[in-house]
Design a protein around this ligand. Structure first.
Ligand code: ADP
Ligand code: MG
Length: 398
């Protein structure tokens, strides 16, 4: 829907307000540009509808270079909501709402119908249509500003800190309204804010700006999980980071992908030598296609050594596994309660894809719940896991 290709904006005699931005906003997305004041959010947004000229690079709407579109048409086709709602004080609410459709020369009947529809969408009484903006509260005025942006059936709406001046409760109500309307009408929205709470509540796509540069561009979940740098971390805030980690870490992120395993058909001699070599006392058992079959333990192996000859003879198949996509918040208690020192991770076809060690879990849970200020990086985590695995598992498999 909107694409920025290597877009730079330099105001006369200044350092770049936006520098080499590459962003793709898809149809139906709620895209928030977030950053501190002066980071270039407004400039970036206003280049979409050519309210700001583009110094270098290209901006496309539906594949068309905006520089080839007539700027007046462009602005009529793209909705725009600003902070102090831009209502004309000498026009009634109705006249304000249907201003753009009127410019587009809609019939009077269609205009009347649209005005009624919109006041309903704004969740205000129809009688308000004949009032003047000053007769409405700030929040009510901004409701009108929001629905007016939806008035001319534009698919794309730009909103520049539209709720910045409102008190928190009014602000939340308007956030809910805009979210409902966007979902219902399938609009694409580009929304500038400096408030991370607002961005996280509304956005399906977040672009983080700092000093004219795009620092990170991703879905909110990924930004929470992997902030690009300290600037982003600060923007998110430590509390939220810890919370997000605990909430959204998946098994696959902390699993070790090279578990010590042995083939079902291997001999016990081979099993014993692998255990000695890797210094472990249990081995996961898989078939030729890596399907999870169970595990074997060293003590059983030693007892039956004289009678049994292959891994399958002493296989224990009642094994608790988890899926790589499972969330730790849902599995961690069960893993810890079972007392195993590790849990195998299997995919949907029951293929062994990794293991999660108990000690890695304990570390992670400890850090996220009790808020370690210096959380382990994933590299450190997997090194930690490796140490644990080669140190050998306790014989407490159930
Ligand atoms: P934000 O919306 O993130 O607060 P802006 O896009 O408004 O940031 O501003 C980015 C930078 O460009 C700032 O340094 C600002 O001073 C500068 N700037 C914005 N508009 C103009 C303008 N019309 N003329 C000159 N400089 C401008
Ligand atoms: Mg701004």
């Amino acid at each position: 829907m909107v694409q920025f290709k290597d877009v730079t904006k330099i105001y006369k005699g200044k350092t770049p307000a936006v520098s080499h931005a590459n962003i793709t906003i898809k149809k139906g997305e709620f895209c928030c540009f977030i950053g501190t004041s002066g980071s270039g959010k407004t400039t970036l947004m206003r280049m979409i509808n050519r309210m700001n000229s583009i110094t270098s690079g290209e901006v496309f709407i539906n594949g068309k270079n905006v520089n080839n579109l007539n700027p007046v048409d462009l602005r009529r086709k793209v909705g725009y909501v600003i902070q102090n709602n831009g209502l004309m004080p000498h026009m009634t609410i109705k006249e304000n709402i249907v201003l753009v459709p009127k410019l587009l020369k809609w019939s009077q009947e269609k205009l009347d119908q649209k005005a009624k529809e919109l006041i309903k969408l704004a969740e205000l009484p129809e009688s308000y249509l004949d009032r003047y903006p000053a007769e409405l509260s700030g929040g009510q005025q901004q409701r009108i500003g929001v629905v007016r942006a939806l008035a001319a059936d534009q698919d794309l709406i730009l909103m520049d800190e539209p709720f910045g001046a409102l008190d928190p409760i009014t602000r939340e109500n308007l956030q809910d309204l805009v979210q409902r309307l966007q979902q219902k009408m399938g609009k694409t929205i580009v929304f500038v804010t400096h408030d991370m709470d607002e961005a996280l509540k509304l956005a399906t796509h977040i672009v983080i700006m700092n000093d004219g540069e795009v620092v990170q561009d991703d879905i909110p979940e990924n930004i929470l999980q992997n902030p690009a740098n300290e600037f982003v971390e600060n923007l998110i805030g430590e509390d939220r980071l810890a919370e997000a980690k605990h909430d959204t870490v998946q098994v696959k992120e902390i699993m070790l992908t090279t578990p010590v395993k042995i083939n079902l058909g291997a001999s016990l001699k081979e099993a014993l030598s692998l255990m000695k070599q890797r210094n472990v006392d249990t081995l996961l058992v898989t078939d030729d296609d890596d399907h999870m079959k169970g595990y074997i333990r060293i003590n059983r192996l030693e007892h039956r050594y004289h009678r049994a000859s292959s891994v399958s003879d002493i296989l224990e198949s009642d094994i608790y596994t988890v899926k790589p996509t499972a969330y730790l918040r849902d599995t961690v208690d069960r893993i810890l309660k079972r007392g195993s020192s590790y849990v195998p991770v299997v995919d949907d076809n029951n293929k062994l894809v990794g293991i999660v060690t108990r000690s890695a879990l304990v570390t992670l849970v400890y850090n996220t719940i009790w808020g370690d200020t210096d959380p382990m990086s994933s590299a450190e985590l997997s090194k930690h896991q490796k140490d644990q695995v080669t140190k050998g598992a306790d014989d407490d498999h159930d």
